[in-house]
Design a binder for this molecule. Structure first.
Ligand code: ATP
Ligand code: MG
Length: 773
């Protein structure tokens, strides 16, 4: 432990060693806030604090996993696995499941994603016969969401004439009724939306003092990363849980508060000192992430904001290259510049794709980047946008699976009851919905009792409804004993979903089937992982929980080396050697929708600060003089943010250089404008990309054939006797690794293996598919 503490600087060490009491660490980007939190948790554990009593809240589940891994490396994984770590949503979903009965919810409640919520609200608007142009479902949802995050329940809404007046003035006098119906509908379906996870947690902690006491006693130490972006609802949860022991440590940077539009309240950080007695405040000033040029340029930007805490950020790192500014004529040229620069850098400096990130203000900007990267054959991954799990074919499978877990789930039911077509028409579904509302039961329950209710349905339709019920119930029986993979595969086939997709022989149709295969692969990975890690079967309900709460970053489970594309909002907390901030244009960034007040503009500026401070070595700012927006070619001016940076940190790429780069690429000659001498490095055959390039520095990723014939794959195996520390092994999914340690015996025997890609993992030998080489 001491080794890790010694690696910290003096200012970082202090908050780590301060064991008890309320404390806040306010510090700029890259100064080690997240690192301090991580080491602090490990240190608490080394002092004997039980992992079960430490709660740590992070911005993404991925961040939580990474923290847990680092802590495991320090204190050992058997200890670290008991830490409560994750996003607010995932941690409190878990607590809500075990306390659900108190709120009248089933413990297997469904979590609605925003698509489900919008659908439910659309349905309500239709039933209430309101004008969809006035009551736009998405807008209505965001209004309801902001009420929930401010803890304004339906009852509180109707007790507050001011709010009602506001909605009436914005031509939505019936918003309260929609809110009421939506809440009723979710309750009846045994479903919570994202905001409910926080709202209901607050309700639980306020209405049930014994529950509050239980969790106050459990979580003796609470730590929150990115505290500047907590909303009111999250703030109250933290406040309540930490009230007894007051061992609360929050870290944040007011300059990186970028979620005000979603209800985040920067005052939570500013008022922390007032909320608790005897708060210790720590400041970190040294940035370890970025070059001097980047750190100092970022300082000059944030200086323009009036609302801020005074902070110093400096770095001992090199000056590094200046920030490169690049102008192009159109957005597609901008894409070409980015792609060719990445390509050149990879060529010249043996860089990996994963060392580059392209950040933008809005998701729509990714398209031009994608086109250019594809032409250069540079692998990339987009985070955000329509997530994998929201694609139609995937969501269809998932909705069946949701029904298996919770047949009351109405959004899931309505979506798949007649897909693939089985002769249950809209009129029937409407009749079922009306009856369900009337009897205050779920649609599924109505269907189960279809013989006893007179819905004026003919016997054929009744039979179809009963068949559907029987089918779902048969899945439930199977699900009791089988793992998530088995049941999903079964559902995809038995419901006819796969056959339905196979009818469509177009490339789009094929892509859909591939997506379903991809889903199955992901589930296989999950079930195998569960078996190897803790010997459980990998139940469907656990997989579905992961899916429901997966943030966009969390899906990054594969080890493939790709360029990362994401919005700046998503990039918070991350770092990359090279960062391109694209679309640096007025009206785009700062966004036209966020320029009318100073506080909005300041939030945009903070967003720019976040973007720039993701870069470790080289930042690029690019803009186009015209781009397609809303289907029209629009002229644009460079963003004011470029001018706000002190010129000494910038290097404007010259026109000649631009010309050189601008030269449009011809597909058949993808190396068109690259220095020919470099081509010798990796000569492309027929325009194929230089696959071998950079192999020296690339980790070995081996795709092995399934080792089904491997006698070691199943049951207590030869490894029990043969495997020793130091052995080099190949694992079917993780590739090559070195055995560090063996522990346990017989069926519980585990090997700790350090994989070249993916780090250290502990695998149960009974299941681990390994080959010694
Ligand atoms: P952000 O505000 O962007 O979330 P942060 O303050 O959380 O940044 P970290 O991500 O913890 O900063 O640290 C930034 C980088 O600096 C990381 O790569 C981290 O490992 C490294 N770092 C932090 N402290 C030290 C240190 N004392 N010595 C060496 N490297 C450090
Ligand atoms: Mg951080």
């Amino acid at each position: 432990m001491q080794k890790y503490i010694d690696q910290l600087n003096e200012a970082q060490r202090e908050p780590v060693l301060q064991k008890d009491g309320p404390m806040i660490i306010i510090a700029g980007a890259g100064s080690g806030k997240t690192r301090v939190l991580t080491i602090r948790i490990a240190y608490l554990m080394s002092l004997g604090v039980d992992a079960f009593s430490i709660l740590s809240l992070t911005f993404t589940n991925k961040a939580a996993r990474e923290m847990k891994k680092r802590i495991s490396d320090i204190v050992g994984s058997s200890e670290a696995k008991n830490l409560w770590m994750g996003t607010f949503h995932s941690v409190f979903a878990r607590i809500l499941r075990s306390e659900a009965d108190k709120l009248g919810y089933p413990s297997n409640f469904t979590i609605y994603d925003s698509q489900d919520s919008v659908r439910a609200i659309s349905g309500i608007i239709k039933e209430m016969q309101l004008d969809r142009d006035v009551y736009k479902p998405k807008q209505v949802l965001s209004r309801i969401s902001s009420y929930k995050n401010s803890l304004i329940t339906v009852k509180a809404y109707f007790n507050n004439p001011e709010l009602q007046e506001q909605d009436a003035m914005s031509k939505k006098p019936r918003l309260g009724e929609i809110y009421q119906n939506y809440v009723d509908r979710c309750f009846k379906a045994g479903a919570m939306d994202f905001d409910d996870l926080l709202l209901k947690t607050n309700e639980l902690l306020t209405r049930f003092p014994e529950v509050l006491a239980k969790y106050q006693n459990r979580f003796r130490y609470i730590l929150v990363d990115e505290y500047q972006d907590t909303n009111h609802s999250q703030y109250l949860i933290v406040r309540a849980l930490s009230d007894k022991f007051q061992n609360i440590c929050v870290v944040g940077d007011d300059a990186q508060s970028i979620y005000a539009f979603r209800g985040a309240n920067i005052n939570n950080i500013l008022n922390f000192q007032k909320d608790y007695e005897g708060v210790k405040t720590f400041r970190l000033e040294q940035n370890y992430r970025s070059t001097k040029n980047i750190v100092e340029a970022a300082n000059t930007i944030i200086d323009k904001n009036k609302t801020k805490l005074d902070k110093i950020v400096w770095t001992a790192n090199d000056f590094g290259p200046k920030i490169k500014v690049h102008r192009s004529l159109t957005d597609s040229e901008e894409g070409r510049f980015v792609a060719s620069t990445i390509w050149e850098q990879k060529m010249q400096h043996q860089m990996m794709n994963g060392q580059f990130a392209i950040l933008y203000r809005t998701n729509a900007q990714s398209r031009a980047m994608e086109d250019a990267l594809r032409k250069r054959d540079i692998p990339y991954r987009i985070y955000g946008g329509l997530s994998f799990y929201q694609r139609k074919e995937i969501k269809d499978v998932l909705c069946y699976l949701r029904l298996v877990i919770n047949p009351k789930d109405e959004e899931a039911l309505v979506r798949v009851i007649n897909y693939p077509a089985r002769g249950i028409g809209d009129t029937t579904v409407e009749k079922l919905t009306v009856a369900a509302n009337h009897y205050k039961r779920s649609i599924f329950e109505v269907m189960q009792n279809i013989d006893k209710i007179d819905l004026k349905l003919n016997s054929g339709t009744k039979q179809k409804l009963q068949d559907f019920v029987t089918m779902i119930q048969s899945f439930q029986v199977i699900n009791e004993n089988q793992d998530a993979f088995y049941i999903t595969d079964h559902v995809a086939k038995k419901t006819g979903l796969v056959q339905e997709l196979k009818k469509d022989a177009t490339p789009e149709g094929m892509a859909k089937i591939q997506n379903i295969e991809e889903l199955l692969n992901g589930i296989k990975d999950f079930t195998e992982g569960q078996r190897e890690i803790d010997g459980t079967r990998g139940a469907l309900s656990e997989f579905m929980e992961d899916v429901a709460l997966a943030t966009d970053l969390d899906k990054d489970t594969s080890d493939e080396d790709r360029v990362a594309l994401m919005t700046i909002h998503l990039a918070k907390g991350l770092e990359f050697p090279h960062v391109f901030v694209v679309g640096m244009e007025e009206d785009l960034f700062p966004s036209a929708m966020s320029m009318s007040t100073r506080s909005e503009l300041e939030e945009e500026r903070r967003l720019f600060y976040v973007a720039l401070t993701r870069a470790e070595h080289q930042a690029y700012l690019t803009y186009a003089q015209s781009r397609y927006r809303w289907g029209k070619l629009t002229d644009s001016e460079p963003s004011r943010f470029i001018e706000e940076i002190d010129g000494q940190y910038l290097e404007y790429l010259t026109a000649e250089e631009n010309n050189y780069r601008y030269k449009p690429m011809i597909d058949s000659d993808i190396f068109g404008d690259i220095d020919k001498s470099k081509l010798r490095l990796a000569k492309p055959a027929n325009g194929t990309p230089p696959k071998k390039f950079g192999e020296e520095s690339a980790p070995i990723i081996r795709k092995l054939k399934p080792v089904s014939s491997n006698p070691l794959a199943e049951g207590p195996n030869l490894f029990d006797n043969k495997l020793t520390a130091g052995n080099i092994v190949i694992h079917e999914r993780f590739g090559k690794g070195e055995v560090l340690n063996l522990e346990g015996s017989g069926a519980d025997k585990k090997a700790e293996i350090k994989f070249e890609v993916g780090g250290i993992k502990k695998l149960l030998l009974r299941f681990a598919k390994l080959d010694v080489i």
